[in-house]
Design a protein around this ligand. Sequence first.
Ligand SMILES: N[C@@H](CCC[C@H](N)C(=O)O)C(=O)O
Length: 306
Amino acid sequence: MELDFVKLHGLGNDFVFMDDFSRDINLTKEQVALLCDRHFGIGADGVILVRPSERSECAAYMHYINSDGTLAQMCGNGVRCFAKYLVDRGYVQASDGQFVADTLAGPKPISFEVDDRDKMTRATVDMGHPILEPSDVPVNVPANATSADGAAFAKDVAITSPWGTFAFTCASMGNPHAICFIDDFAQLSDELFTNANDKSLATLDLNKIGAYYESHEAFPEKTNVEFAHVRSGAIDMRVFERGCGETLACGTGACATNVAAALTGRSGRENDIVLRGGTLHILWDENDHVMMTGPAVESFQGTVEV
Ligand SMILES: N[C@@H](CCC[C@H](N)C(=O)O)C(=O)O
């Protein structure tokens, strides 16, 4: 079968988009893995099928599939690219400046900016409220803290690994995240770094430690794993994503990290989250909504045989 595709990315977190308004694309896990393969396929972190929405207020439905073929409820970088796909192809009027995207995690209102050719450049997505109750994240640990709004959550919960014990704060943005803040990388085992003479977030061996925690028994639906370092005015973050491994950026991960930093008293509620692929601006507002702002870029389009 030949399928048309468009490749888009948000800060290097990249996706193969396909028009599935007729709902007749049914990809197997193997086909998704091949499309996402960087040597034998197009190369991407996930596939996004653009489908009709059953909600009258929504322009379309984003069906997100990780590169290993598993479904995820939400994708922050993907939903900005979804907005660009819809605006640039005229499914959403550029002059409207806003619309609502439908996702497995519910409707997400989006406002966007366009350039002088009416192509979308940046978007702010209302990602909704974070889910903090541990059983809803889900994470199999009891809540050990309460937010200023009275929400119980798992704060800096110690979970052991073969390389030492790490403290995770857990939150869901529709999909699960476990965030570990590290102040001093020099204290960690040499085995966790690709260069033990330069221990930093940049040299942390995420393929080792991220993969371990992604599938840890504490996380019944697996988890996205973030390692973060708070500095003045910004938070540096790297992510090992459930179902695709390390990516250059993760929108939901940036939102969850911002929430976790605020919840644990490490920062305020508004931060630049600095990822390998660039920076997202995240605000956890007074109405308990997390607002994510960042770019979306189209790379190329083509036809592929699956
Ligand atoms: N890259 C995404 C998240 C994609 C889904 C994730 N891997 C999961 O399985 O939950 C983002 O930008 O949020």
